[in-house]
Write a protein that binds this ligand. Structure first.
Ligand SMILES: Cc1ncc(COP(=O)(O)O)c(C=O)c1O
Length: 376
């Protein structure tokens, strides 16, 4: 059987990984400033994580959600206390798109409405409602275009208020920091206005923290830079360090009702173990403080590079904007310097999403390689 081709592929075959490095079949070592698309939080194949997952697999990997699973309770409590979001309830699923799909569904169930406000250049996933609120007509099929979605520019709260006044909106969905779109983000004033407008009109404010969450921005969730309280928060990528898991954090004000949400695989024993282990390691290694320290260092090191016209994002979710398209530079970084970086909808932007455990020394390696290529 052939594979269904969904992405153009670089000619690299990773076979093992450790910390911030990935190794191909010839044992060539690649510095991972992409984290497999912002997924690797605590570092590849962390010893404690591997040991914990292996031990859990020997006990029980999966059983259905019709019986008690104390690992889910342990995860919810740990996530609540580490993120400062104790006053939320947790629904577990398997991916970022699924988290957003369930968040939107819940908002629609609870408000009885169906229109959603999303933002220009957003990315929320590829399932039905999640792709409909994604601002990319090329990945929306006719079946997805039936959903009622209004896209607005970021940072214009008057336009949001005007739409909410119409009375048919179930939810506003926004990324903490835009990922695929290219690292643009709402200002603090905008997030505060959004929160106020949603509260006033009984509309659910959904914060998509699938990419910007789990310490990546230098706070547990990126919206915490703005001191707001969303109704629903969605998470995925960094949550399992590569083990598929997603979460929907639902405000305590929202009452659950059987039948609204459900899942076969979500919150299984292995996934919960991976997510608990990630949180334990984030805590014991003080990873959020580390993100802030190395992010400042990174910014200082790249400041003298005149070809970088703008730096976007926060923490270890950064975009370096040039005045030329970066596809060739990314290719050279991988093939000649053995460094993975990311791209985005903004073709002039190099996306930096390393494991949160990256060191200053590893950042130096990237900066030297980048300067060499830019000066060629
Ligand atoms: C902000 C955001 N939301 C949702 C998703 C979708 O997540 P997944 O690919 O796990 O479905 C992504 C993936 O890149 C994302 O960046």
């Amino acid at each position: 059987m052939d594979l269904f081709k969904v992405y153009p592929l670089y000619n690299v075959k990773p076979v093992k990984a450790k910390g911030v490095y990935v190794y191909d079949e010839n044992n060539t070592k690649y510095l991972d400033l992409y984290g497999g698309h912002g997924v690797i939080s605590i570092g590849h194949s962390h010893k404690k994580y591997v040991a914990r997952l292996s031990a859990q697999l020997k006990k029980i990997g999966f059983y259905s959600n019709s019986v008690q699973n104390p690992l889910q309770v342990e995860l919810a409590q740990k996530l609540g206390s580490l993120s400062g979001c104790e006053n939320y309830q947790l629904f577990l699923c398997n991916s970022g798109a699924e988290a957003n799909e369930n968040a939107l569904k819940l908002a629609s169930f609870k408000t009885g409405k169906s229109r959603v406000i999303a933002f220009n250049n957003s990315f929320h996933g590829r399932t039905s409602a999640a792709v409909a609120v994604t601002d990319n007509p090329f990945i929306n099929a006719p079946i997805n275009r039936q959903q009622k979605v209004t896209f607005l520019p970021l940072n214009n709260s008057d336009l949001v208020t005007d739409e909410l006044k119409k009375g048919d909106v179930a939810a506003v969905i926004i990324e903490g920091i835009q990922g695929v779109g290219g690292l643009d983000e709402g200002t603090t004033a905008f997030f505060i206005e959004l929160e106020k407008a949603c509260q006033k009109r009984g509309v659910f404010l959904i914060l998509d923290e699938v990419q910007s969450g789990y310490g990546r921005s230098g706070e547990f969730f990126a919206f915490q830079h703005h001191h707001i309280k969303p109704d629903i928060i969605t998470t995925a990528k960094g949550m399992g360090n590569g083990f598929p898991i997603g979460g929907v954090l639902i405000s305590n004000k929202i009452e659950p009702k059987f039948g609204m949400l459900g899942t076969t695989f979500g919150g299984n024993h292995l996934a919960c173990t991976a997510a608990i282990s990630v949180l334990e390691i984030m805590e014991s290694e003080n990873l959020i403080a580390h993100v802030n320290e190395v992010s400042n260092y990174f910014l200082k090191q790249i400041k003298p590079i005149s070809q970088i016209k703008k730096v976007k994002g926060k923490g270890l979710m950064l975009g370096l904007e040039f005045d030329f398209e970066v596809a060739e530079l990314r290719k050279k970084l991988i093939m000649e310097k053995h460094i993975f970086t990311g791209g985005s909808n903004n073709k002039k932007l190099l996306r930096i999403l390393p494991p949160l455990s990256i060191t200053k020394n590893q950042i130096n390696k990237f900066v030297i390689a980048l300067k060499t290529l830019l000066d060629e």
